[in-house]
Design a protein around this ligand. Structure first.
Ligand code: GDP
Ligand code: MG
Length: 464
């Protein structure tokens, strides 16, 4: 069923949905074949973007594809998973062109929840095609699981009562989706994938429905993404995560969407202190993180880890630019400068050339020095997502920051609500002490939803 079209790149796939719907579990299922096949010894260091190859997808979908006879043309699917981040914030990373297709995970027993609705809004605004994984079907009362089977085969072995129970639950979710202007249809009945997002009943625990999901993602991509996943030579590379590793130095987890990167390439990166130039010392492919020497060259779309000297201040969510012999460095620096300005201005209140997407974000800042909480997140993307969420939750924001907080951030927080919301960043113990001494409460979490809950809790106790 595989006939590669060399003009196509792998689409980028995000997994969205409410906390505990099963996003991580589904991701693990999707990557399982790759991990099992390629990485003896199991889990190595996780990287933010993993390529699931088309060979693996073909192998997992053999039996279900017998009836569909669908030709797989894309080289694979690049799934994004930044540990610690809630997936939906990835969608909001700079350039927000990153996510091509998505899986919206809905717990069949809980139906639509707050983050499900947020995710739907994001997908609608991006017009990204998506499938709905109606997850945890194995918990439908009386369900007989058939491990790793296509969903229809699983449905066949259920009793009539179980089928009825399942359908009742699915209908309820379909009705809730309709209220969000989503005309979802079970994929095996779907006649128009463009108008109607497909529902795939799944279980991340038993693997039921996962082959169906793995077949639908290439199908949607090949049918609807067209030009969007046609390979381009110009380098498009986004920094997803920045880490400092002992004995290695600074590493950048990047998503190379288009073009290629070579060991030794001179690159420009955006840091809070301005644009810097450095060299790519080592390129580690996500499929072979154990290698120490890495590879000479990578081509998009792929996730990789780069080791670059002096890159530890790079802002996650910004672009990596390659400086070639013909590059106009002055122009490039201006471009990088705009990227950085939009971040720093954003932190120090609005200036007119803030880009449109950030303009909306700055409007969240309440006026006057007395309003709001201090918000600190790991990347521009996650900060934006967090600000979105705080706005919906009516929590006023007084100041913001990106990356691990420093003393200045703590001091900023001692105005207004005397509260710091930290999302996916680390605060040192000495800083905690300073905060404590200034009467600043620190709320830290890796789940946006939890931050808001804890904040409300804090406000309640303060009022008492
Ligand atoms: P996330 O917060 O959306 O990433 O959700 P997780 O993948 O962490 O799953 C939350 C919980 O639900 C975990 O305890 C999982 O084991 C469980 N879970 C996830 N998918 C399924 C499923 O299909 N069936 C059952 N029974 N449990 C599931
Ligand atoms: Mg998770």
């Amino acid at each position: 069923y595989v006939k590669l079209d060399s003009s196509l790149r792998s689409p980028v796939c995000c997994v969205l949905g409410h906390v505990d719907a099963g996003k991580t579990s589904i991701l693990d299922r999707i990557r399982r074949s790759r991990v099992a096949a390629g990485e003896a010894g199991g889990i190595t260091q996780q990287i933010a973007a993993t390529l699931v190859s088309i060979e693996d997808i073909a192998a997992e979908t053999v039996s279900i594809n017998r009836s569909h006879n669908f030709t797989l043309k894309i080289p694979g699917i690049l799934v994004i998973d930044t540990p610690g981040h809630e997936s939906f914030s990835n969608l909001r990373t700079r350039g927000s062109t990153l996510c091509d297709v998505a899986i919206l995970v809905v717990d069949i027993h809980s139906g639509l929840q707050m983050q499900t609705i947020e995710s739907i809004k994001l997908l609608q605004s991006k017009r990204a095609p998506f499938v709905i994984a109606l997850n945890k079907v194995d918990r439908v009362y009386g369900w007989k699981s058939v491990t790793n089977s296509p969903f229809k085969d699983s449905l066949k072995v259920q009793t009539e009562e179980v089928v009825q129970e399942f359908e009742k639950k699915m209908e309820a979710v379909i009705a809730e989706l309709a209220m969000q202007q989503v005309n979802a249809v079970p994929y095996y009945k779907n006649k128009d994938f463009r108008k109607c997002p497909a529902i795939v009943p799944t279980s991340a625990v038993t693997g039921e429905g996962i082959p169906d999901l793995l077949l639908l993602l290439p199908l949607l991509s090949q049918k609807f993404l067209g030009d969007r996943i046609t390979k381009r030579d110009t380098v498009e590379c986004n920094v997803l995560e920045v880490k400092v590793q002992d004995g290695v130095g600074s590493t950048l987890d990047v998503l190379l969407l288009n073009g290629s990167l070579n060991r030794g390439d001179k690159v420009m990166l955006c840091t809070l202190n301005g644009a810097i130039t450095t060299k790519i010392q080592t390129i580690l492919e996500s499929s072979n993180m154990k290698s120490t020497s890495g590879v000479q060259r990578i081509e998009g779309a792929i996730g990789a880890r780069l080791i670059c000297k002096g890159a530890e201040k790079t802002l996650a969510g910004t672009e990596l630019h390659v400086i070639g012999p013909k590059t106009n460095e002055v122009e490039l620096k201006k471009k990088a400068r705009r990227d950085i300005d939009s971040v720093t201005n954003f932190c120090n209140r609005p200036v007119d050339h803030v880009e449109a997407e950030l303009e909306t974000a700055t409007s969240y800042l309440s006026s006057g020095s007395n309003g709001g909480v201090h918000v600190q997140a790991s990347s521009l993307g996650s900060l934006e997502a967090l600000l979105d969420f705080l706005k919906v939750s009516d929590i006023p924001v007084g100041s913001i920051g990106i990356g691990d907080p420093n003393k200045k951030d703590v001091m900023k927080s001692s105005n207004g609500y005397k509260c710091m919301l930290l999302f996916d960043v680390h605060i040192s113990n000495p800083l905690r002490k300073i905060a404590e001494d200034s009467g600043v409460t620190i709320i830290a979490a890796d789940v946006i939803y939890h931050l808001c809950d804890e904040f409300r809790q804090l406000m309640r106790t303060r009022q008492m």
